[in-house]
Design a protein around this ligand. Structure first.
Ligand code: SAM
Length: 243
């Protein structure tokens, strides 16, 4: 298949994103390590540390796919806490659930297929909502952010971990080379699928930069939004509170 990334209609885009993740689900972990030289693990640890999640909290991890964030959150919320992993893609969910089950992580974890734009939860329900490397793929990001705010309890917070804009120009050029030359080749070599990885590189380039995403969160209803750049802005963590 060829994924026409530019200027596809909205309904098409959702279908394409679905195909990409069904196609990459099984090789997802290996590819993450290869593409980021393993650094995505550090980003995720940092993300969970910044979440302020505590024992007993109820957390929604959106676009939770392979369960990376849920696995890190589980020891933090402990026996009394609850984590709901929501993802639009059944293949990603089942890879994640199997993986965490193999590691003995079952209790207090729920897996549910859902679209981040229309969350199947009542208002004021979660202490925290996290979304790691997921918002980029959501068609209507404003709608998703507003719904994340809606399901949070007052005082709760949302955290977004996402690719962002690299600060330094030279580093940016290197990074583009990695994204558009190296990454699709890695995709073909290790996952037999260059197109999906080309889509990923495109989607990273098109994603709103630090300031834009901050304004989007404020418009969606979040207060005290702060931004932390990691690895020179390759990724950024946005954190906002519901008041
Ligand atoms: N959070 C995991 C991580 O950090 O390793 C997985 C990230 S993966 C790059 C992106 C995930 O977003 C995929 O599992 C995909 O199915 C999911 N996704 C895409 N669009 C979505 C939507 N509208 N609602 C919920 N999940 C979505």
């Amino acid at each position: 298949t060829h994924f026409g990334f530019r200027d596809v209609p909205v309904a098409e885009k959702q279908k394409l994103v679905g195909q990409v993740f069904t196609s990459v689900a099984r090789n997802y972990d290996l590819m993450n390590d290869l593409m980021s030289f393993g650094v995505h693990r550090l980003w995720k640890r940092h993300f969970v540390a910044m979440s302020g999640v505590r024992k007993g909290d109820r957390v929604l991890d959106l676009a939770g796919g392979t369960g990376d964030i849920a696995a890190l959150l589980k020891p933090v919320v402990g026996e009394t806490g609850e984590i709901v992993v929501g993802d639009i893609n059944a293949a990603m969910l089942s890879v994640g659930r199997d993986r965490l089950t193999d590691r003995g992580l079952v209790k207090g974890l729920r897996w549910a297929q859902m679209n981040a734009e229309v969350l199947p939860f009542p208002d004021n329900h979660f202490d925290a909502v996290t979304i790691a490397f997921g918002l980029r793929n959501v068609t209507d990001k404003d709608k998703a952010l507003a719904d994340m705010c809606r399901v949070l309890k007052p005082g709760g917070r949302a955290l977004v971990l996402e690719f962002s804009k690299v600060r330094n120009e030279t580093f940016g050029k290197l990074y583009d080379f990695h994204s558009f030359q190296v990454l699709p080749r890695l995709g073909r070599l290790f996952a037999g699928d260059a197109d999906s990885y080309r889509y990923l590189a495109e989607s990273i380039r098109k994603h709103p930069d630090q300031d834009t995403l901050k304004s989007m969160m404020e418009r969606a209803g979040f207060g005290r939004v702060d931004v932390r750049n990691l690895t020179g802005g390759i990724v950024a963590i946005h954190r906002g509170y519901k008041f």
